[in-house]
Design a protein around this ligand. Structure first.
Ligand code: ATP
Ligand code: MG
Length: 214
């Protein structure tokens, strides 16, 4: 299934941007990015770890340098994945609108830009800073995620103006009921995270002692 049908210009690029806290990155994130790459004929997927996420208590989030490094480790074996430190490098709150404007400038007006996100994050759009600005600059890929129903998403999108609704594309991904919250709990309680995160990420967490005491 090829969903990328938004431009007549065969030379234009389609880029996916996968934002997240990635605290830590796990196979749910990776399978979502890979599915989007395939289904939307993307050239690449850029992973963007959040610097200072406005929706989370700053103290509850691991240092950006650790999250950035784990994201690098998780993606380095995939030639069409890359990592951007744009949000980590930015002072103050990271807003999706600023990030997507940054990528619009970088890839140019012809590029088809997709913000890849789970259904749970789409439902939070009304609370975003300048959500209209994000719709103006990119399209959304709304990935299914265990625990979040598609009917809830449909109810939400039906309330949107058509020009916004048409810019949200649903993507069904193989269901992996993994969350970073659960991974942090597992490490804290001494449980295994093997087969839930890539091996280099697992080793990094073991070596640094991340999540053991929080
Ligand atoms: P936390 O529990 O700390 O919120 P998380 O697992 O939700 O962590 P985030 O970094 O918050 O991970 O998520 C980044 C993006 O990846 C979000 O758009 C989220 O919806 C999506 N995502 C996270 N886990 C999955 C999953 N298992 N399947 C599909 N999408 C996912
Ligand atoms: Mg989350």
């Amino acid at each position: 299934m090829k969903n990328h049908s938004t431009t007549d210009d065969d030379t234009s690029k389609a880029i996916g941007v996968m934002g997240g806290t990635f605290d830590p990155i796990h196979f749910g994130h990776l399978v979502t990015a890979e599915s989007a790459y395939e289904s939307f004929s993307l050239c690449e997927v850029v992973f963007v770890p959040a610097g200072d996420p406005p929706h989370k208590e700053p103290k509850a989030v691991t240092d950006a340098e650790h999250r950035l490094e784990m994201t690098r480790l998780a993606t380095e074996d995939n030639p069409h994945f890359c990592v951007s430190s744009v949000e980590v490098a930015r002072e103050g709150h990271s807003y999706t609108v600023d990030t997507m404007r940054h990528f619009r400038e970088k890839y140019g007006a012809e590029a088809e830009l997709y913000f890849i996100t789970g259904v749970d994050a789409i439902l939070q759009i009304p609370s975003w800073n300048n959500a209209e600005g994000v719709f103006e600059v990119c399209r959304f890929i709304a990935a299914t995620r265990p625990g979040y129903s598609l009917s809830e998403l449909m109810q939400f999108t039906e309330q949107l103006q058509p020009e916004y609704r048409d810019r949200i594309h649903v993507l069904e991904v193989p269901a992996l009921a993994i969350s970073s919250t659960d991974l942090r709990r597992r490490v804290r309680e001494g449980q295994s995270i093997k087969y839930l995160v890539p091996e280099p990420v697992q080793r990094y967490i073991e070596c640094t002692g991340l999540y053991r005491d929080i």
